[in-house]
Write a protein that binds this ligand. Structure first.
Ligand SMILES: [Zn+2]
Length: 561
C-alpha cells in the first residue's frame, strides 16, 4: 500500500491525492483505501508515478551478468528495452562472439574486454538468448529486440557486410525474426547511419535494400506484434520514406526512428514531423523517437575523447598515465605550452570538427547544466577573456582534479536552447527515447534522462517554458509503453502491473556524471547518481529504497505476444 501520495498516473490526467493499493503484483485500487496493507509506504508530500519505461537502451551484454542494471535502475526505470540500433548478441554462431563484441564496442563504446569477460554465451538462437535472460534474477523488467547486425552475421557469415543478398537469404532472416518474435522479442532494429562503425567499417545492414528491410518487416506483420526501430541519417526523408510507407501499409506495425535537429539541416525535423502527421492521418504508425536533452558527449581527461586526445604530446606521453599524474604533468607550464602549440593529427573531418566546435562546448559543472546559455560556451568565454578557446578548454578540463567534463551536444542544440526539443517532445506522434542506457561508456551518460525530464522540464527550466509534471510523466510511462506494445504497464490504473516510483520531487537532484571502473575486467563507464527516489517498486516489490537496492529481484524478461 502506497499511502497519501500525490498520484500522477501516467495518462496525463491531473494529479490527485490518493492511496495506491497493490495485490499480487498488480494495482488493485487507486483512491481512498481504508484497509491496511501488509507493507505500507508513507508517500505524504511525495509524488507517486508509474515506473519509467525506457525504450532505448543497450544493456544487451550487461543484462547477462549484472542483475542491478545501473545507472538506469537508480533513476526509476522499471522496464527497459534493449537490442536497439541493430547491435546485440543473438542470434550468434559459435565463433562469432568476437565479431559481435567488436560491433558493440565500435558503435556503442562498451569496452570489449568487459563484454568478453562478462558474457557467457549460453545461447545460439534468439529464443535461446531469451531463455537465458529468463533464468536470471534481476531488479527490473527487460525486453529485447532482434538486432539486424547479429541476424546478418548469423545468416550471411563472412558476407555480413554485403549490400546484396539473395531472396533465400532474406527469407531466412525473416524466418529467424518471426521465430524470435514468436518467442517474445519486442521488435527488430537496424542501423542506417555512417556514424555507426566498427573496426570493420559501417555496421552490417547499414545500406540494406528496401527488399531486405520489407522482407524482414513482413515477419513483424506475420507475428502480429513488434516494433521496427532504426537509427538513420535520412531521419525519415526520401528515399527511406518510400519503403517506410510500404512497411506500414503491408505490416500495420509501428516503425520508430531517431529524430534530431541536425546542425547541417536545422529545419528538417519540422518537415519530417509534418510528413509523419500526414501519414499518421492515413493510419501509418511512424513514430519519431526523440530525447529530452541533447545527446551530449562528455569531453574530459577520463573520456574516450577530448580536444587534445589526438595531439602528439598527449597521445605519446600523457594518454597512458594514471589520471593524477596526467593532471600534474598537464599543469606544468612546459607541457601546457607544448600541447597548446600543437594540432591534432587525426584525419577524420568529423573528429577534427568535434575537437574544435568551441561554440558547442560548455562546462557541465557538478550540478550539471544541460541547457547552458550561449555566453558560457568555450568560444564565448575565450572571446570575452581574450584567450584562445584551446586554453579555455584545457583549463576547464583540469578543474576538479581532472574529473570535470565539457558538455558537447551532438544535435538538438543549434540555437543553444531546448525550444526545438520541446516542440519535438510535445508532438503527439513522437516517443521519448535515446537514453542509450548501458552504452557509450566513455563519452555519454544519458541513462539519467528520465530523472532529468522531471527535474529540468517540470521544475527547474528557466530559459523557456516548462512542461507540466503530468505531461512529462505520461511521456516516460504511458506513452512509451503504448508505442512498444506493453499494455500491462505505464499507468497507475486498476489491473496494471504494480511498477511505480515514489519521489520526493522537491529534493530530486541529479549529480554530475563520473567515471567508474566497475565493469568486468575493470572496464570503465560513466555513471550518474541521483537523490530523491524514495522508493521504486517492480511488480509490487520494493527494489530500491532511498537510492539503495533492497536486494529484491522481481524483474522479469518481458515476452511480447
Ligand atoms: Zn542506440
Amino acid at each position: 500500500m502506497v499511502r497519501n501520495g500525490t498520484v500522477i498516473d501516467g495518462t496525463g490526467s491531473a494529479r490527485r491525492s490518493a492511496d495506491v493499493a497493490i495485490d499480487d503484483g498488480r494495482i488493485s485500487a487507486v483512491g481512498a483505501v481504508s484497509a491496511r496493507g501488509r507493507t505500507e509506504i508513507d508517500a505524504r508530500d511525495h509524488i507517486v508515478a508509474p515506473g519509467w519505461v525506457d525504450v532505448h537502451t543497450h544493456y544487451d551484454g550487461q543484462v547477462t551478468w549484472d542483475p542491478i542494471l545501473a545507472p538506469s535502475s537508480w533513476h526509476g526505470v522499471t522496464t527497459l528495452v534493449m537490442g536497439n540500433c541493430g547491435v546485440g548478441f543473438a542470434p550468434r554462431r559459435p565463433g562469432e562472439e568476437q565479431f559481435l563484441i567488436e560491433l558493440m564496442e565500435g558503435v556503442e563504446d562498451i569496452p570489449g574486454t568487459a563484454l568478453h569477460e562478462g558474457i557467457d554465451w549460453r545461447w545460439e538462437t534468439f529464443p535461446e538468448y531469451l531463455d537465458a535472460l529468463d533464468r536470471m534474477p534481476r531488479v527490473l523488467d527487460v525486453a529485447a529486440q532482434v538486432p539486424h547486425c547479429a541476424l546478418r552475421a548469423y545468416v550471411l557469415g563472412e558476407r555480413a557486410h554485403d549490400v546484396d543478398v539473395t531472396a533465400d537469404e532474406i527469407a531466412e532472416m525473416a524466418r529467424l525474426t518471426r521465430e524470435a518474435l514468436q518467442a517474445g522479442a519486442i521488435g527488430f532494429s537496424t542501423s542506417r547511419t555512417i556514424l555507426h562503425r566498427s573496426k570493420h567499417g559501417l555496421v552490417p545492414g547499414t545500406s540494406s535494400t528496401p527488399e531486405e528491410l520489407l522482407g524482414i518487416g513482413r515477419a513483424l506483420g506475420d507475428a502480429g506484434h513488434g516494433v521496427f526501430e532504426m537509427v538513420a541519417d535520412l531521419q525519415g526523408q526520401e528515399p527511406d520514406l518510400s519503403w517506410m510507407r510500404d512497411f506500414c501499409t503491408t505490416t500495420n506495425r509501428a516503425l520508430t526512428f531517431a529524430l534530431a535537429q541536425m546542425p547541417y539541416a536545422p529545419q528538417q525535423w519540422r518537415d519530417t514531423l509534418a510528413r509523419v502527421d500526414e501519414l499518421g492521418a492515413r493510419g501509418m504508425k511512424i513514430v519519431p523517437q526523440v530525447p529530452c536533452r541533447p545527446t551530449g558527449m562528455l569531453f574530459g581527461l577520463q573520456s574516450s575523447f577530448h580536444p587534445f586526445f589526438f595531439h602528439p604530446t598527449y597521445a605519446r606521453e600523457l594518454f597512458s598515465l594514471p589520471l593524477a599524474e596526467r593532471v600534474a604533468r598537464m599543469r606544468t607550464a612546459e607541457v601546457r605550452a607544448r600541447l597548446l602549440a600543437e594540432e591534432l593529427t587525426h584525419e577524420s573531418p568529423i573528429v577534427r570538427m568535434l575537437a574544435s566546435n568551441w561554440a558547442q562546448m560548455f562546462p557541465l559543472g557538478e550540478s550539471p547544466d544541460y541547457e547552458p546559455a550561449p555566453e558560457t560556451s568555450v568560444a564565448a568565454v575565450a572571446a570575452r577573456t581574450g584567450r584562445r578557446p584551446e586554453e579555455v578548454a584545457y583549463d576547464l578540463m583540469l578543474e576538479g582534479d581532472g574529473k570535470r567534463f565539457l558538455f558537447a551536444p551532438l544535435a538538438n542544440y543549434v540555437d543553444c536552447d531546448f525550444e526545438a526539443l520541446r516542440e519535438m517532445m510535445l508532438h503527439p506522434r513522437t516517443v521519448l527515447g535515446l537514453s542509450d542506457g548501458g552504452a557509450h561508456c566513455g563519452l555519454i551518460c544519458d541513462a539519467s534522462m528520465p530523472t532529468f525530464l522531471l527535474t529540468h522540464w517540470a521544475r527547474d527550466r528557466k530559459r523557456g517554458p516548462r512542461i507540466p509534471l503530468e505531461q512529462v510523466v505520461r511521456l516516460q510511462t504511458g506513452n512509451t509503453a503504448s508505442v512498444f506494445g506493453l499494455p500491462d504497464r505505464g499507468t497507475l490504473e486498476v489491473g496494471k502491473k504494480a511498477d511505480l516510483n515514489v519521489i520526493d520531487f522537491d529534493r530530486l537532484h541529479l549529480h554530475g556524471p563520473e567515471m567508474v571502473f566497475d565493469l568486468p575486467a575493470q572496464g570503465r563507464r560513466l555513471i550518474q547518481h541521483v537523490d530523491g527516489y524514495r522508493a521504486t517498486v517492480v511488480s509490487g516489490v520494493v527494489t530500491f529504497e532511498n537510492g539503495e537496492s533492497t536486494g529484491a529481484m522481481p524483474g522479469k524478461l518481458v515476452r511480447a505476444a
